[in-house]
Design a protein around this ligand. Sequence first.
Ligand code: SAH
Length: 350
Amino acid sequence: MPAAHAPFLDLPTEEFREILRENRIPGYRAGQVRRWVFARKTFAFDEMTDISKSDRAKLSGLFGNTLFSGKLVTQTGSEDGTQKILLEWPDRHRVESVLLRDDRGHRTGCISTQVGCAMGCRFCASGLDGFVRNLSRGEILEQILRLNALLPDPQRLTHLVIMGTGEPTLNLDALLAALAEATAADGLDIGNRRVTISTVGIPAGIDKMTAADLPYKLAVSLHAADDATRNKIIPQNQHCGIRAVLAAADRYFAQTGRRVTFEYILIAGVNDSGADALRLAKLLDRKTAIVNVIPYNPVPELEWKSPAPRAVESFVRALTQAGIQVKVRFRKGDDINAACGQLRRSYRIS
Ligand code: SAH
């Protein structure tokens, strides 16, 4: 039976309360449902045992039995503890989300914001099939809740990174609405400072984040230190250029006080030379920047290659010697194609 209302996770609590009122269900049920969903990882109304049977039946009638609108297509686990899920929405489009764990006890959800991506970065698998549509607030929240529920109690997600498929600043309203629930004290209560939004670097999009003035961490996918190289691998750069991206990042820092991370994937022979490292150091000179160096994760359909470990080392050394704060991020979940937009493609609808 199709649900009579918008999916539960798409509804702000006030709207949910309104629906309860219309159906003569007491308003305090809203708080009870929230506790089941966020604190108890329970998503089926008929399992919410402190709600009367008749109200449970009414709620199931209104929203369907589960609060989720997606269907779990596959779930894969990696030897390093990374788990990946592929969800299919009622329109049959699919997105992937990843749970990463590390030895510091961080349990991080990596979330998608769009089906496909319009940015068409040449090295990235996510944009190979172009852009399909934005995800809704509920679809973004569902990924977060499902990853959280993969963790055995009492474990919870500690961090979120918006680094799945899609360009978050082009679907910012839905993303921020979902993140508001993920960070709310009566939601998942994940600290604002533990949420990282990664953008390709659209100045107007970054400015929109600045205007929202939330203390989320901003990561900018820089990947090159000169416009000629960046234009080649990130078509979006042709519209704005690196300087405008950096200026927008500076405004974000000035407004929020949060240092911006610049992601830099190292692609063999493209952006990994000593000269590239020096150019990058110069570009970020005097900036309160952190550089996240990530060896490129090869995509089967594409020709780009990861640099040799020695090239990674010397790139990092050059940056460090120039006084730049650098972190190297090694990829996780390689053996389950969790690294970048690869699962959705390997399970395509034919
Ligand atoms: N649209 C956002 C989020 C995309 S994915 C953005 O551009 O930042 C998150 C990061 O993974 C981005 O820095 C992206 O450039 C990077 N990435 C994409 N494909 C990759 C690959 N094959 N190997 C390593 N990093 C990749």
